[in-house]
Design a protein around this ligand. Structure first.
Ligand code: HEM
Length: 501
């Protein structure tokens, strides 16, 4: 009895000071800034930070905050306090002018926990290893893939097949995005592993299946929750979503391993045909220290990164383009008028771009109006930095608010309006705008930009040269332009009708 009384006394004593201490720690952590001169931002709430304020995808929320807190703001996300850059000027300053300080990558905690791996290009932190991998990537993507084996030829071949497929189902509504994903997957395959796949191929089905599941909207929400509150990963249903995501990741790596082995068996150093060939060549011709960096494991991860970054981004940007055309059929008419004048019945090629200002302006406006990667990829400061008068310490996560730049009325009159003519000057010429930054800026800007731009032009023009698009007649209204976030910012699922011209 005496013992019970003693324990009770100790416990109540502890409670009397533990609870206030916990509250004090929570409040301290909530109010604390990494540095007194850290950028300003909304306070949010203890523990959950700014989460309750976020609209579904945060696109408008951050943009609204920037009106109060300015071009550089700090958002208290529970697991990862993040600095958002909201104007073109500060993004340029950070990612281009101060790129050696702002080009790191935070560990993608979720993926890291399940894979213990930061190999590849996308997730690799800034430094010697990333620079070497990226240099090789730039060489392949900017250099030797022109000519007979160039992007243009590869994309033209796939574009021809895209128009054949729907021709068989003329007048029946189809999911055009499914066809476009297959086409962009085959473009990447040709560029990276030197071969394309037939539709029924089991490896191709596995690849497309994993791409789809990676962006599963249901799991995307759970995984986001896990990123904000890592502890949720210990309990279902978040635990199951994390497991599913890990399995997909490992299955894809296995698939990449098979792709690379097949290519390796046919490798001929005198006939470099694709990215994997160039990588194997580099491996064999580097000094031992560098050869260790160009390892097999890195190669599998980079191949995976190229598939991950290159399929859905391009196919969904094209889907946005066709959805916009449904809403504004005049665009279709104007592009087709240009096609008829400039290309006629010839095969569309990249050289036609300079004579087709409206089509170029239309595509640039699609990239502005609906960016599939509205915040780019997270960066990390790898040194203390000063930006716009604020101090940003080493190790801070930094995101570019690409969506904000594209919707800033200081950059664009009526940004909510889709208007290709804003990119055409008084003489009728197309003006390439530096303020459309869908591919980001600086050292870490998109590696596949050249390829993506080739795909956007050749697919759009080949399809409209041969087909007219219109809405599914069984629908009352038009499919929404609002979009959904499922890994990328994409149009919600819809069908369209294609008819021969
Ligand atoms: C319309 C299509 C595309 C858009 C809008 C897009 C956009 C982006 C953006 C915003 C980033 C992040 C840049 C940063 O961290 O600041 C990125 C990175 C990247 N993209 Fe793309 N991308 C597209 C297509 C492609 C294609 C076709 C490929 C390749 C085959 C590709 C490969 C990559 C890679 C490898 C990175 C990581 C670069 C690095 O970390 O150094 N992308 N992309």
């Amino acid at each position: 009895m005496a013992m019970m009384a003693f324990l009770y006394a100790v416990l109540s004593q502890m409670c009397s000071w533990t609870f206030p201490v916990i509250i004090a720690v929570v409040i301290y952590r909530w109010l604390r800034k990494p540095h007194p001169n850290f950028p300003p931002g909304p306070l949010g709430f203890p523990i959950i930070g700014v989460m309750p304020y976020m609209s579904k995808f945060g696109l408008d929320t951050i943009f609204e905050w920037s009106k109060t807190y300015g071009p550089v703001l700090f958002a208290r996300f529970p697991a990862n306090p993040t600095v958002f850059l909201n104007t073109y000027e500060v993004i340029q300053e950070a990612f281009s002018k101060q790129s050696t300080k702002f080009s790191g990558r935070p560990i993608m905690q979720l993926l890291y926990e399940v894979t213990n791996d930061t190999s590849g290009i996308i997730s690799k932190d800034y430094g010697h290893e990333w620079k070497l991998q990226r240099k090789l990537g730039n060489k392949v993507f900017r250099g030797f893939l022109f000519g007979d084996r160039g992007f243009q030829t590869i994309v033209q071949q796939e574009a021809k097949l895209v128009i054949e497929q729907p021709k068989k189902k003329i007048d029946l509504p189809i999911h055009l995005n499914v066809e476009l994903s297959k086409a962009t997957a085959n473009v990447i395959s040709k560029v990276v592993i030197g071969k394309r796949f037939d539709e029924g191929d089991s490896q191709f089905q596995a690849l497309l299946g994993s791409e789809k599941t990676m962006g599963d909207p249901k799991d995307a929400v759970l995984l986001q929750l896990n990123m904000m509150f890592p502890i949720t990963g210990r309990f279902p249903p978040v635990k199951w979503a994390v497991k599913r995501s890990a399995k997909i990741h490992l299955d894809i790596l296995d698939l990449m391993h098979d792709f690379v082995i097949e290519r390796q068996n046919n490798f001929n150093p005198d006939n470099i045909q694709c990215f994997v060939d160039a990588y194997l060549f580099q491996q064999q011709n580097s000094n031992p220290k560098e050869a260790a960096i160009f390892s097999k494991h890195e190669l599998h991860s980079i191949v995976k990164d190229l598939y991950f970054a290159g399929i859905e981004t391009s196919s969904h940007t094209l889907s946005w383009a066709f959805l916009i055309i449904l809403h504004d059929p005049e665009c279709q008419m104007k592009i087709q008028t240009e096609i008829d004048c400039v290309i006629g019945k010839d095969m569309p090629g990249l050289n036609h771009r300079e004579s087709m200002p409206y089509t170029c302006a239309f595509l640039q406006e699609v990239l502005r109006f609906r960016s599939v990667v509205p915040y780019g990829a997270p960066h990390l400061t790898n040194a203390d930095a000063k930006l716009n008068g604020y101090y940003i310490p080493k190790g801070t996560t930094v995101m570019a608010n690409i969506w904000g730049v594209h919707n800033d009325p200081k950059n664009w009159t009526k940004p909510e309006k889709f208007d290709p003519l804003r990119h055409i000057d008084g003489n009728g010429n197309f003006v390439l705008s530096p303020r459309v930054i869908s591919f980001s800026v600086g050292q870490r800007r998109c590696l596949g930009e050249l390829l993506a731009r080739s795909e956007l032009f050749i697919f759009l023009v080949t399809i409209l040269q041969n087909l007219n698009i219109s809405k599914d007649p069984s629908l009352n209204g038009l499919p929404s332009l609002k979009g959904v976030m499922s890994g990328f910012f994409v149009p919600s699922e819809h069908k369209i009708v294609l008819a021969c011209r």
